[in-house]
Design a protein around this ligand. Structure first.
Ligand code: TYM
Length: 332
């Protein structure tokens, strides 16, 4: 059985990009593989945040993942900060990769915008992300397109560590879905839909009520032509809608394009398929809100299961790196 692991940062409300690019694959992975999913709450600290909102947003993210269909009986769901092995291995990875590699990360460049005052954690975050993955001997990491570069760095870190200190880590592969890996903002279709800097009207939230989904899809920016054609460089808005529909229905965007005569009918189809796809997610979220203990309990069990796997890997890595083991071993 393959080992699969992935994560989502804790701040912000989950949107259609998260669902189509990541969560949906996670839900099917839990039936096929030994699956670990977590909420990256330590990640939220790399930019300015409100401490009063961190715990509620981690809880909300866990609730969202359970609503999306993760089942604690079939996968391990936990919060990153509940498993202290993550920041411990991250230090070792920080001492394996270079400043040059970190500085070249596109997400760092985008978020730092050349400012000296950004938090050091924003720069070193990919080392923590590599630790997140390597601790679980993950074979596959299901992510959206924007995480490919971080996964490449994770692979490089694993190979380098293994070459330097002896075989320790499994070298993971990124698994990116064919459609839905890069859902664009509906108002600005040349920008990725994102939790932090998308327009509210351009972002369909995973838990939006049907009328909101419909309103946002119908107001989506298209272009001045009328022809429905899949051509991302020249028709980014229409192509984004076709990709979303492809991800929701399993058809190809080119094939779908032939079935619509005008933008109105395409938007109607997109809106209907999203409403149908997300209805069960909303229902489960409402049920979980009435029983929040289920979320807390899932995270408690998840952290225990996660530590049972992460501990031995950390132990292996610390010994390989040459540190003096304390009596009883490192991973306690
Ligand atoms: P995050 O929280 O930004 O996103 C969670 C997942 O959603 C995907 N995603 C998208 N997919 C398609 N279209 C979009 N517009 C879109 N926006 C986001 C992301 O690619 C991701 O798969 N650094 C990670 C969290 C993380 C992680 C890890 C992931 C921390 N440690 C270890 C994998 C393995 C992040 O910020 O994801």
């Amino acid at each position: 059985m393959a080992r699969v692991l992935s994560g989502v940062q804790s701040t912000g409300v989950p949107h259609l990009g998260n669902y189509l690019g990541a969560f949906r694959s996670w839900v099917s992975d839990q039936d096929r593989d030994d699956a670990f999913f977590f909420i990256a709450d330590l990640h939220a600290m790399t930019v300015e945040y409100d401490p009063a909102e961190l715990a509620p947003s981690t809880f909300e993210q866990a609730l969202g993942l359970l609503a999306a269909g993760l089942d604690p009986a079939r996968c391990t769901l936990f919060a990153q900060s509940h498993v202290p092995e993550h920041p411990r291995l991250a230090w070792i990875i920080e001492c394996t990769i270079t400043y040059g590699e970190l500085r070249r990360m596109t997400q760092f460049k985008d978020k730092a915008g050349g400012q000296e005052t950004v938090r050091a954690g924003l720069l070193t975050y990919p080392a923590l992300m590599a630790a997140d993955v390597l601790l679980y001997d993950a074979d596959r990491v299901p992510v959206g397109d924007d995480q490919r570069q971080h996964l490449e760095l994770t692979r490089d870190a694993a190979v380098r560590f293994n070459n330097r200190y002896g075989q320790t880590f499994v070298v993971p592969e990124a698994a990116v879905p064919a459609y839905g890996a890069r859902v664009m903002d509906l108002q600005e279709p040349t920008r990725k839909m994102s939790k932090s800097d998308s327009s509210p009207l351009g972002t369909v939230l995973m838990l939006d009520p049907p009328e909101e989904i419909d309103r946002k899809v119908r107001k989506a920016v298209t272009d001045t032509e009328t022809e429905v054609r899949y051509d991302p460089p020249t028709k980014p808005g229409v192509s984004n809608l076709l990709e979303v529909l492809a991800a929701a229905t399993g058809d190809k965007p080119e094939t779908l394009a032939a079935g619509y005569r005008d933008y109105g009918s395409l938007k109607k189809a997109v809106s209907e398929s999203l409403v149908e796809m997300l209805a069960p997610v909303r229902e489960r979220a409402e049920r979980l809100r009435r029983d929040p203990g289920e979320v807390t309990e899932a995270l408690a069990i998840g952290a225990q299961k996660a530590r049972a796997v992460a501990g031995p890997t950390l132990e292996r890595a610390m010994r390989a790196a040459g540190l003096l083991p304390p009596a009883g071993g490192f991973a306690r």
